[in-house]
Design a binder for this molecule. Structure first.
Ligand SMILES: [Zn+2]
Length: 357
């Protein structure tokens, strides 16, 4: 109830700022800020049909957002935006578009749009799909979920995983009988945080193979290759780093594994692109997905900044290794993005009211 009320108030406040033009007044009142948008894919049935809707934005919606924001704010990459913010250059409102993981549609669908609009973006690459044509477990999970109904999927998973892992699955099974059960949420959450990562990967691999999955073909369908990544770079995009294999850094097995996913991924990028990557994105990006050791490893790997998936704007005094971002998919609403980008929610916070997500 409280959450619903907050959502309604947020929407009402954002609509008021947006439709009355008050956003322009707030923009002039509030300190300079960088708003970083975060998406994954530009929707296209041939390139990312297997991925869930919250990872996609239509090119029409993206165009609407960039066009509107581009008229009133300076559009940047994550790195150039951060530099401009620190240097006090440009307009008061700076906006950077970022896309995570390195999907093929970023080159085939997003790049032509960016060229037409004269807008830049940062694409955060996982290097293993580009180097080895292998995908992380979540993509095989989505692929299997497209072939099997929740019950048979869970049942086959239980029968295939290690015996001692089965206990943890009880939580998912219990949740399954509750009304409004969201299989994708509960099962994926179990696989992400509760399952033993090695056993999970082995089990998902086995089910994927049993159902006739072809990892190379799935990777080719979903991910960029290095040539396409260079095309993005030559088209004005920044290429940032998103680890090798999309592991949760706070749960890296040991220091060596953490170093491989940070400094190792940075070396992969330098080897393929001949230049250092300045920006890093933490996989999954919530504050429990990375910790102080992860931040230190990213800093030690030579990056200048790192982005999270916590919502909000960034000021010049903020920690460059914990920058906030606003997630966008096809349900992204322009008035809410504008209310954030103009500093509207920061303004409310000055009065002790927190309506942000
Ligand atoms: Zn990611």
């Amino acid at each position: 109830m409280k959450h619903l009320l907050k959502t309604r108030l947020r929407d009402l406040y954002a609509r008021t700022l947006f439709h009355t033009g008050l956003h322009a007044v707030v923009d002039r009142l509030m300190p300079r800020r960088l708003t970083i948008l975060a998406g994954h894919c530009v929707a296209g049935p041939g390139s990312n049909g297997v991925l869930p809707p919250d990872m996609k934005i239509s090119s029409g919606r993206l165009e609407e957002i960039l066009t509107w924001l581009g008229r009133r704010y300076d559009l940047h990459t994550a790195s150039s935006g951060w530099r401009a913010l620190r240097a006090g250059e440009g307009r008061r409102g700076l906006v950077a578009l970022t896309m995570d993981d390195g999907y093929r549609d970023n080159a085939t669908a997003m790049l032509p749009l960016l060229r037409r609009l004269g807008a830049p973006a940062t694409v955060f690459l996982e290097t293993r799909p580009l180097d080895e044509r292998r995908v992380n477990w979540t993509h095989k999970y989505f692929w299997i979920a497209g072939k099997l109904e929740p019950e048979p999927f869970l049942d086959r998973y239980r029968r295939t995983c290690a015996k001692k892992q089965r206990q943890g699955l009880l939580k998912v099974l219990e949740a399954m009988v509750r009304p409004g059960f969201k299989f994708d949420y509960h099962f994926k959450r179990y696989l992400k945080y509760d399952a033993d990562p090695e056993d999970r990967d082995r089990t998902i691999d086995a089910l994927f193979a049993e159902l006739g999955g072809d990892e190379r073909a799935l990777c080719d369908e979903l991910y960029l290759d290095w040539d396409e990544a260079r095309e993005l770079r030559d088209g004005g995009c920044e290429l940032g780093c998103h680890t090798r294999g999309h592991v949760i850094l706070s749960r890296a097995a040991d220091d060596e594994a953490l170093r491989a996913e940070t400094a190792g991924a940075a070396e992969d990028m330098r080897a393929a692109l001949g230049a250092r990557a300045g920006a890093f994105a933490y996989p999954f990006g919530r504050r429990w997905d990375f910790d102080d050791a992860s931040v230190e490893a990213v800093r030690a790997a030579g990056f200048d900044l790192a982005v999270t998936t916590h919502a909000g704007t960034n000021g010049p005094g903020d920690d460059p290794f914990r920058l906030k971002r606003l997630m966008i998919d096809d349900g992204a609403q322009l008035h809410l993005l504008v209310a954030e980008a103009c500093g509207g929610f920061d303004l409310l916070r000055l009065f002790g009211v927190d309506l942000s997500e």
